[in-house]
Design a protein around this ligand. Sequence first.
Ligand SMILES: [Cu+2]
Length: 68
Amino acid sequence: MTESVHTVTGMTCGHCASSVTEEITKLDGVTDVAVDLPTGAVTITSTTPVPLPALRAAVTEAGYELVS
Ligand SMILES: [Cu+2]
């Protein structure tokens, strides 16, 4: 298992968090996504490391921006 922490901007409520979670969960190998709304920290647990371009695309698809 791999765990990585990223920062997503633009999320303001639980609905935002669940949109981001839903899109990231669709990525290959992702088993868990945890969003900390106040900080925008997104912790992703996956069986293999998630490629950054794929992660960025998923966050963009949800309507937010991956900053790190
Ligand atoms: Cu929202």
